[in-house]
Design a protein around this ligand. Structure first.
Ligand SMILES: C=C(O[C@@H]1C=C(C(=O)O)C=C[C@H]1O)C(=O)O
Length: 340
């Protein structure tokens, strides 16, 4: 049996690390995270077939693999399916059941040549220096590569951090970006949700004004949250509850949360699996940094399945939401269709 492993690299860092599993924990809820340490990869919704995977072992620095070789690819995706999903989601919002829902889709690429996950990881690190890059290879969950800009929960010294990231436009160089009311509203809904979710856990909460951040070929609107937590929480009792209170935020799910999650699972054509879950080191050598699993793909020998979604409000249009998912897939598409 192959050993599970993970390669990961923090935003702005040069060095990547590898953990080969001494043990892989399979958890059925975030509350079980208390007391374990290792690299975590959690799904959108935990189930028997998609448990929370924690790869525990020694984290060691690794050199980068060389460039990927030439691959020939083909795209398969269904616009009709997306359009009918959009119609269902949009109607539920317009009927007043939800103030926001995130609709996602996937696209698959096949190659006549084998994909080498370690090479794709190295290329992602080079291409996206500001993102957290992770390659998780797990017997149970499969092989996933992500290049994500979104922190779910991270510890910085004594300060805990999270962010409300939403609203998307194409990056067009350094300039003043004008955000539409729809984008501002989408981001504000996420920020309010996070503030509420943190209210029973956090003290000294500070929230920044929303500002524009670059993420690969895109820009988003982001506001930062920093706070302290009671020692009793950080001593390993209840931090999992905080993760549960945050995940899934309306940046990937919707409002109201529980109903939105049920609606998505029942009405979205794709099975999200680990896309829009979270991943990152959890108490590994003192480091805890969980990121939302976005801009990701699942890899098999000759095939990549890319995932992307976007927040829908009553004023959303199908064409512009589709374009947004195309732009969001671009970061991973570039990697798996590389022809150098
Ligand atoms: C859902 C995704 O991204 C999230 C949704 C965004 C949006 O709707 O504008 C922006 C950033 C992310 O929080 C994705 O990349 O698949």
């Amino acid at each position: 049996m192959k050993t599970d492993f993970v390669l990961y690299r923090m935003p702005y860092a040069e060095q990547a690390y590898r953990i080969d599993a001494d043990t892989t924990h399979l958890l059925s809820s975030a509350e079980e995270l208390d007391g374990v340490c290792g690299f975590v990869m959690a799904p959108f919704q935990t189930s028997a077939s998609t448990p929370i995977v924690v790869i525990e072992g020694k984290s060691v620095p690794v050199p980068m693999a060389s460039m990927p070789s030439r691959v020939a690819v083909d795209e398969h995706c269904s616009r009709e399916q997306y359009a009918s999903d959009f119609a269902r989601f949009h109607e539920a919002i317009c009927q007043g059941h939800f103030s926001k829902l995130v609709l996602s889709r996937c696209a698959s690429f096949t190659s006549s040549e084998l994909y080498c996950p370690e090479q794709l990881f190295a290329e992602a690190c080079r291409s996206y220096p500001r993102m957290m890059i992770a390659l998780v290879c797990s017997e149970v969950a499969g092989t996933w590569l992500m290049a994500t800009p979104e922190i779910l929960l991270a510890l910085d010294g004594y300060q805990w951090r999270t962010m409300a990231l939403a609203g998307t436009m194409a990056w067009e160089g350094k300039k003043q970006y004008e955000w539409s009311e729809k984008n501002k509203k989408e981001q504000l809904l996420v920020a309010h949700y996070i503030e509420e979710a943190l209210s029973t856990f956090a003290t000294d909460l500070e929230i920044s004004e929303p500002y524009t951040v670059k993420a690969g070929n895109l820009v988003h609107l982001r506001s930062d949250f920093s706070f302290t937590l009671d020692d009793s929480l950080t001593d390993g009792n209840g931090l999992g509850k905080l993760v549960d209170a945050l995940h899934p935020t309306p940046a990937v799910c919707g409002l109201p949360k529980q109903e939105a999650m049920e609606f998505i699972i029942a009405n979205e054509s794709i099975d999200r699996r680990y896309y829009s879950g979270y991943c990152g080191p959890w108490n590994v050598g003192g480091m805890t940094a969980l990121f939302v699993s976005l801009r990701c793909m699942e890899l098999s020998a000759h095939r990549c399945v890319l995932y992307a979604g976007g927040g829908l409000l009553a004023e959303s249009s199908e064409e512009s939401e589709w374009q947004e998912t195309m732009m969001k897939m671009e970061a991973m598409r570039r990697l798996c269709t590389q022809t150098r």
